[in-house]
Design a protein around this ligand. Structure first.
Ligand SMILES: *[C@@H]1O[C@H](CO)[C@@H](O)[C@H](O)[C@H]1NC(C)=O
Length: 213
């Protein structure tokens, strides 16, 4: 028993410094941190293998992106090492067949979409800025009308409609959307499902409105 334990500890000591050396500046994700990351913020994720040449070439730009958004309330820059045993399933579920694979995850969509754009720093940066570094902050109607809330007109309109419903009625919407979200459909439609779920969840925490009347 003690031997197993010391072997395990030895293993950790041996592996940990190596892991942090190859990790770079983005958030290293694994199955236990992945969902949480994707649910709390939008995520731009690089699936890589430490030995791959294209991955090494991309690494400095990915680091720069990670540094740029380290304090963002709405975007996390992540990396998944597909060479690590613990991540094998995660990489497979994400359809990773070549390295590096870049995917983005918006509004809690754990399925994500492939990033097909250019991979130089400026292109990555522009995509992150325009598409990912904003998440609709759900609040009162007034708060959501403020530009800082980053909510689209469509999101504001949906929030307005849902605010006038009871918590029960919103629950019905949530259940319906939860059932739909796994289906296959155009990315825009899927995004809209997740945007609505994000708003409905937000309305529950800020107090939808109608229930207090
Ligand atoms: C709102 O958008 C701006 C500009 O894209 C961004 O800098 C900011 O972090 C966003 N805030 C949130 C909470 O999404």
């Amino acid at each position: 028993m003690t031997m197993n334990k010391s072997v395990a500890i030895f293993g950790v000591l041996l592996v940990a410094p190596l892991a942090s050396r190859v990790a770079g500046k983005s958030v290293e994700l694994n199955p236990s941190t992945f969902e949480e990351a994707v649910h709390s913020k939008n995520a731009f994720v690089k699936f890589y293998a430490p030995w791959c040449g294209h991955c090494k070439a991309l690494a400095p730009d990915w680091d720069a992106l990670a540094v740029k958004y380290a304090a963002s309330p709405s975007l996390v820059i992540g990396s998944v090492n597909c060479d690590a045993d613990e991540n094998k399933n995660l990489c497979q579920e994400n359809g990773v067949s070549g390295y590096p694979t870049l995917k983005f995850f918006k509004d809690g969509n754990t399925e994500g979409e492939s990033y097909q754009g250019g991979r130089n720093l400026e292109q990555l940066f522009r995509f992150a800025e325009e598409e990912l570094d904003k998440k609709c902050v759900v609040g009162t109607e007034e708060e959501m009308n403020d530009e800082k809330s980053n909510c689209s007109d469509k999101e504001k309109e949906f929030a307005r409609k849902m605010r006038s419903k009871t918590s029960e009625e919103r629950k019905v919407q949530i259940d319906r959307l939860e059932k739909m979200k796994g289906g296959s459909m155009k990315p825009e439609l899927k995004s809209w499902i997740f945007q609505r779920l994000h708003i409905l969840a937000g309305l529950e925490t800020v107090g939808g409105g109608n229930d207090e009347l």
